[in-house]
Design a protein around this ligand. Structure first.
Ligand code: PMT
Length: 407
């Protein structure tokens, strides 16, 4: 079984911590980043020190923590210019509204902003603030300026806030931030590619109130779309019915039935380089859905179903076809059935997905898959759907025919 290796190996991460209650989560972020293989140094703003002590970051990072620009001892050792040159990636988490304003304005009035001005490393910020502050046009303007300068903005998430408000402004969880860094480090491996991903279940209506559905939550497909966008692909997500939020940078098209999903995918497919079919598409639909609610009268009723079109197989028949990735959800003899589907549907790659085990497959945050292609396979151990999505996309990048890259 292939180990999912620490994916931040070689990264020298400069973590900037600005003032906000989310600063306590940054301690966990340091731990996870190191676990993933990064070397970490922390720079705190003066405001951050009101929330977390520098000793915590020092212990977790294994390196001295810097906060003052005018610290003769520190400047004699690793000065701010050396620190700026040392970093291969900068992440500011939490990035407060005040920090974003100062950074957007190009200020250099403390160590963190000075290091940022002096560094050529890619920079990501993870905003965290009250939802009203997040919605303020001043903050939106600052973020727009930063985005135009190539800064990646990770989050924020929506939810309940420390001040009691509910809305956008929560810092992403440490795990999500590390995943985003990993995807960025994986590089722009999919830059210039257009990827279409299908996700979630399809609902096949019996009447205006009832449908045939399945247990797919959409999490696997949404994770693939999220990671594809982070890896630089222009990403379209064709989503069956699910309440999951749209991943940042992803264009989402909502559909309900298998036929709607087919139409939406075909609309996108001419321009696509890759299609990943992660959706659990209903194989059958009612022959004649009723326009009125079916009444409870007879003791038994018969339901006549008809085969749905197969989206993957339809695309595979096209003369100009994208690189095709399927999933095979099976409860037994998983690898044999999956290889059968790889061949029958003429796919380039298939993810054999054992379902029916607790904590994996449908509607869980983890999964366990084996990637299978014509002359090989790779078993990926149980991991988060995000991690597996990334590993799958790395294989796609590896196995796609090389293109003339004139774009
Ligand atoms: O959504 P989650 O809760 O995160 O769960 C993830 C998952 C288990 C749904 C997902 O990982 C998965 O395995 N998806 C495929 C499920 C499935 O329906 O497999 P299948 O063996 O029936 O279909 C094989 C492949 O053909 C799939 O890529 C499917 O999208 C595609 N297909 C199937 C039927 C159809 N009419 N058209 C298709 O394109």
């Amino acid at each position: 079984m292939t180990e999912l290796s620490p994916s931040l190996s070689g990264m020298r991460l400069l973590l900037g911590v600005s003032g906000g209650i989310a600063a306590y989560k940054s301690a966990e972020l340091v731990r996870r980043a190191r676990q993933a293989g990064a070397e970490v140094r922390v720079v705190m703003t003066a405001a951050a020190e009101h929330f977390v002590g520098s000793a915590t970051f020092q212990a977790l990072s294994g390196n001295p923590v810097r906060s003052a620009l005018w610290d003769p001892a520190a400047e004699a050792a690793m000065g701010h210019i050396e620190l700026a040159r040392w970093a291969t990636q900068v992440l500011v988490a939490p990035a407060s509204a005040d920090f974003l304003a100062r950074y957007a304005a190009g200020m250099a009035d403390d160590l963190l902003t000075t290091v940022l001005l002096a560094s050529a490393a890619p920079v990501a910020v993870a905003p965290a603030m009250n939802q009203q502050m997040w919605a303020h046009p001043a903050t939106a303007g600052n973020l727009q300026r930063l985005r135009q300068r190539g800064v990646s903005v990770l989050g924020p998430a929506a939810g309940e806030q420390a001040c009691g408000d509910v809305g956008l402004g929560r810092m992403l969880e440490p795990e999500e931030l590390v995943d985003a860094l990993i995807a960025q480090q994986a590089g722009d491996r999919l830059r210039g590619l257009r990827i279409v991903v299908s996700a979630g279940p399809t609902f096949e209506d019996l009447d205006p109130v009832r449908f045939i559905g399945n247990r797919s939550s959409g999490r696997m497909g949404f994770a693939i779309a999220e990671q594809a966008a982070l890896m630089g692909a222009q990403t379209v997500l064709v989503a069956g019915p699910t309440a999951l939020p749209t991943p940042p940078g992803v264009q989402r098209l909502n559909v309900r039935s298998a036929e709607e999903m087919l139409r939406a995918v075909l609309d996108q497919i001419d321009a696509a380089d890759v299609y990943v079919g992660a959706a659990a598409v209903a194989d059958y639909r009612p022959v004649a859905p009723r326009s009125n609610k079916i009444k409870k009268a007879a003791e038994a009723i018969e339901l006549k179903l008809i085969r749905n079109p197969d989206i993957l197989a339809t695309i595979a028949e096209r003369e100009q076809r994208p690189f095709l990735v399927g999933f095979a959800a099976e409860t037994e003899d998983v690898l044999r059935y999956a290889r059968g589907k790889l061949e029958a549907k003429k796919l380039d790659l298939i993810a054999a997905n054992q379902v029916g085990l607790p904590g994996s497959g449908f509607d869980s945050s983890d999964n366990e898959i084996t990637l299978i292609w014509a002359d090989g396979e790779m078993a990926l151990p149980r991991a988060s759907k995000r991690e597996l999505a990334r590993a799958l996309l790395e294989q796609v990048a590896e196995r796609m025919p090389t293109r003339d890259n004139n774009d």
